[in-house]
Design a protein around this ligand. Sequence first.
Ligand code: ARG
Length: 572
Amino acid sequence: MKDLKKLTAGILAEKLEGLDAADIEKMIETPPDSTLGDYAFPCFRLAKMFRKAPQMIAQEIAEQLAGETAFHEVRNVNAYVNFFMNRAEAEADAVVDVLEKKDEFGRSDLGAGKTVIVEFSSPNIAKPFHIGHLRSTVIGNSINKIYDALGYDVVRINHLGDYGTQFGKMIVAYRKWGSEEDVRREPIKSLLSYYVRFHDEAEKDPSLEDEARATFARLEQGEKEETELWKWFREESLREFTYVYDLLGIEFDSYAGESFYSDKMDRVIDIMNEKGILQESQGAQIVDLSDYNMPPAIIRKKDGSTLYITRDIAAALYRKETYDFFKNIYVVASQQNLHFSQWFKVIELMGFDWSEQCVHVPFGMVSLESGTLSTRKGQVVFLLDVLNKSIERTREIIKEKNVPAEALEQTAKDVGVGAVVFNELSNNRIKDYVFSWDKVLNFDGETGPYVQYTHARASSVLRRTEEDVKALYEGSAVPDMALASSDAAYELMKAVRKFPKIVEEAGEKYEPSVITRHIIDVAQYFNKFYHDEHILVEDREERLARLAVTIAAKQTIKNGLALLGVAAPDRM
Ligand code: ARG
């Protein structure tokens, strides 16, 4: 697509002596509302240069550009020149791009040849995958899709919490009170219950703690029995997590979790010693960070064991060497801000200039509207229960709509899961938010179901006139966009044009909500267009132009939803 701002700047540059197109482009503004045109050029700064009043300059420019075909109108308002682009040309440009690129519309090769790691989800083995984990999972999944669309090679890593002293406790507890059958049937719930029991019993009998420590030590030394049990816990938990990932349509390239780095710690410590940044403190080894206003990073405990932070440092080194990343992104809750600031600083002190390529993408917390999410088990809300409940409720809602019976299950799943994911990605990620069913499943609000429904509505229009649609795709019919240049059509097409830039912006900010909000806009513009204008009119030329607008809207919504990890059903 042509860059219309550049085009405008180029035309202006020909008329304005002493200013080049690049400078002019920087000065051009986007007016707050479309009654003031697509672009505005303020003339205040030209007054000195041309020794004239800014209003006068603006007026002269507007007069000089009156005949330019790139513009529908050039208007002078006070000290501004307002540009109204030639609608048909702008629309046709976008239509050609959409028809040609289809599902690829909005993608670019900005990041060609560069590798970006997106680490997300990263739940803890034998602990529930709760609604809090949902955030990392869906935000991270969307960020990886956005970077992929920008042409980067993306590596999706699930840094499983599968290591640490708690596994000593779990093994002890399992041996005392566990049942193999229960673990096979309900791995996480069973393992969690053993772990809870361990803590209760250890209050009465502190020797259990010693037993757990000794058991963890055996695990660390690779003793067969402990290692096998641990492996089994890991597999069973992963099986349960995978169930959620499948439902969400999420895949990973690597499940190298914390345990993967357990034999890669010595090197980290050697480098720290070489650089002289490791200090002894009460028997532990630490990196002092007081110069940076942070508490010390404890690298190795008194008993020789390493910590969460040590494993993160080892993991970063490994990733740099393995993938030579351009960016290494961590989608982890804002509660861990300090942890990430600490270890990013530590790797900088270790002499790794690529510490700057490590990015923590934090997010706020979800709380529950009281009573909305009932759980069978106390306080923890299991993600799987939330998704299943959403699917169930959606099935009830869409039963009354015109979904064919054989598509009911799939649609209930697409919409039910999509609603939860879309809701997660609607707000600025850093904001805390309250989970509410009414907001998630409202078909008329700014929700997933609303956007999906709009997509299905556009699909249904296109289904009714397959011949025309085919002709447009094949190029045997070229739409005259002047026949669809009403305000409603033009606003919609402007939002379509903007989509590739929106994808870039979302990537720069690590912010999927930029896309969510934009496709809500596209959906709203489309619905306005749909209400204001009859699409399937008798006149073929007019119909083709309006169908082209419909195709562009549908494709933009579909591609936007795909970047969020949300399906775009054709019928709802
Ligand atoms: N497993 C951790 C948790 O559930 C999150 C891991 C975040 N990633 C990291 N590289 N530290 O809290």
